[in-house]
Design a protein around this ligand. Structure first.
Ligand SMILES: NC(=O)CC[C@H](N)C(=O)O
Length: 385
C-alpha cells in the first residue's frame, strides 16, 4: 500500500508493532532500520549522535528543543555520526551559534543520517518504557509517499542488537597514539606535565572524550583495534589497560575481547579499567553474565551510588545491556549501583586494581562527578610503579 499521509509529512517512523509516527524529515533521505531508544539529556545531542555506542540505534530525544545550538567539530565523539537516526519533537530551524558548521539537518545529511521532527516524543517514549526498545524503520522521502506495510515489515525483520557484534564496525582500522594536542580540552583542563603512565586503550567504539580524559589524568595513550590480542596489548609494554565503551551486545563482542582480557589478567598484574561495554566485557571475562535491559539507560542525570565512599554521583548513561550483579563470582565486588533501578554500575576485583563502571565518567554530555575514576586508574598505575 502506498499511503500519502495528511499534510504531506516527509518522514515516517514505523514500529515493528505497526504503530506509525509521521513528521517532517531532515538530514539525509532514504531509509534505515534499527532499535529505538530514548535519551533524556537536555544538552549534548551532537556528542550523543556521534557516540559510537549508538551504532544500530535510532535515538529519540525527550528534550523537545534539539538543535538550538549548532554543531562544532570540537564536540564530535568520533568522525561521523554513528547513531542510525534521530527523532525530535521540534525541528531545529536556526542554530544560535557555531553556524559555520551549518544547521543540524545539513550536518546529518552530509553524514548520511536520517532525522524526523514534529513527532509526539512523549507518546513514543511511553511506548518504549512500556513495551521495551522497539525495532523500527525510519524513512525520509521529500515526496511524502511511504509504503508503510513494507516499512513495518522491515522493522520486524531487523535482527535486534542481541547477539550483534558492532565493535568490529566502529573500531579504528589501525593502532594509533592519542594526539592530545589535537583534541585538547579548553584551557585549564589540558594536562600541563609530561605523561606518567603508558596506557593501551582498546577501541570498541571509544568516545574521544574518554581518551582526552585519560590523557588529562596523566596517561600516554596508545589505541588498539577491538580485535587486539593479549600479545598485541603486551607488546606495547603498558602500565595499564583500558577497555572502552562501544555498541552492540557484550556477549557477542566478548567472543574475541574476553580471551584478550583474560590473557591480560592471567599473565600480568596490570591495572585494568573499563567503561560501559568495557565494563560489561570485563565482567564476562571475570565469569559474570550480562543481560538485555527493557529500555536501557540513556541520559545525563542518572544517580549512582559509589559503595566505597558512600557518595552519590550524577552520571551520564548509555547502555541497553547490563551486568547481572547476582552472577558476580566470589572475589568480585559490586562497587556502584544505579539508584534508579538497582542495576549494577560498577565492579572491582577484591585484591587487584582491576575495575570498571557502567556509566560514563567522561560525561560528554553530562555532569563530571565521576571524573575521579580516571584519577583512580592513574593512582593504581602509580602505586604499581
Ligand atoms: N555505551 C556503551 O558502551 C554501551 C554498551 C552496550 N552496547 C550496551 O548497550 O549496553
Amino acid at each position: 500500500m502506498i499511503a500519502s499521509a495528511p499534510n504531506r509529512p516527509t518522514a515516517c517512523l514505523a514500529l515493528a508493532d505497526g504503530t506509525l509516527f509521521y513528521g517532517i524529515g531532515f538530514g539525509a533521505t532514504g531509509e534505515t532500520t534499527a532499535e529505538l531508544c530514548f535519551n533524556t539529556a537536555m544538552t549534548g545531542y551532537q556528542e550523543i549522535m556521534t557516540d559510537p555506542s549508538y551504532a544500530g540505534q535510532v535515538v529519540t530525544f525527550t528534550f523537545p528543543h534539539i538543535g538550538n545550538t549548532g554543531v562544532t567539530p570540537e564536540d564530535d565523539e568520533t568522525a561521523d555520526p554513528v547513531a542510525a537516526g534521530m527523532v525530535v519533537k521540534w525541528m531545529p530551524t536556526t542554530p544560535s551559534n557555531w553556524r559555520s558548521a551549518g544547521p543540524l539537518g545539513d550536518w546529518l545529511a552530509t553524514r548520511g543520517r536520517i532525522a524526523i521532527g514534529g513527532v509526539d516524543t512523549r507518546r513514543l517514549t511511553r511506548a518504549i518504557r512500556q513495551a521495551g526498545a522497539p525495532h523500527v524503520a525510519l524513512a525520509h522521502n521529500p515526496d511524502g509517499e511511504f509504503d508503510v506495510e513494507a516499512l513495518v515489515a522491515k522493522a520486524r525483520a531487523f535482527a535486534g542488537l542481541e547477539g550483534m557484534d558492532l565493535a568490529r564496525e566502529v573500531t579504528c582500522a589501525q593502532s594509533y597514539r592519542w594526539d592530545e594536542m589535537r583534541w585538547a580540552w579548553p584551557d585549564g583542563y589540558t594536562r600541563q606535565e609530561a605523561p606518567k603512565h603508558k596506557v593501551v586503550a582498546i577501541d570498541y567504539g571509544a568516545k574521544r572524550n574518554i581518551l582526552r580524559c585519560l590523557a588529562s589524568a596523566g596517561c600516554d595513550v596508545t589505541v588498539l583495534p577491538a580485535t587486539a590480542t593479549t600479545a598485541d596489548v603486551l607488546s606495547h609494554n603498558p602500565d595499564g589497560v583500558f577497555l572502552s565503551n562501544g555498541p552492540g551486545d557484550p556477549a557477542a563482542t566478548g567472543a574475541y575481547a574476553v580471551p584478550m582480557i583474560q590473557g591480560v589478567l592471567n599473565q600480568t598484574t596490570l591495572p585494568v579499567f573499563g567503561i560501559c561495554l568495557g565494563h560489561q566485557m570485563l565482567a564476562l571475562a571475570l565469569g559474570a553474565q550480562t543481560v538485555k535491559m527493557n529500555h536501557g539507560h540513556h541520559g545525563a542525570n542518572h544517580p549512582v551510588k559509589d559503595h566505597d565512599t558512600n557518595k552519590v554521583e550524577i552520571t551520564s548513561m548509555n547502555h541497553g545491556f547490563a551486568v547481572d550483579a547476582q552472577s558476580l563470582p566470589d572475589g568480585i565486588i559490586e562497587t556502584h549501583t544505579s539508584l534508579f533501578d538497582g542495576s549494577n554500575c560498577g565492579i572491582r576485583m577484591k585484591d587487584r586494581p582491576v575495575f570498571s563502571v557502567q556509566h560514563h565518567p567522561e560525561a560528554s554530555p553530562g555532569p563530571q562527578d565521576s571524573f575521579y575514576l580516571f584519577e583512580r586508574f592513574a593512582e593504581a598505575m602509580a602505586a604499581r610503579a
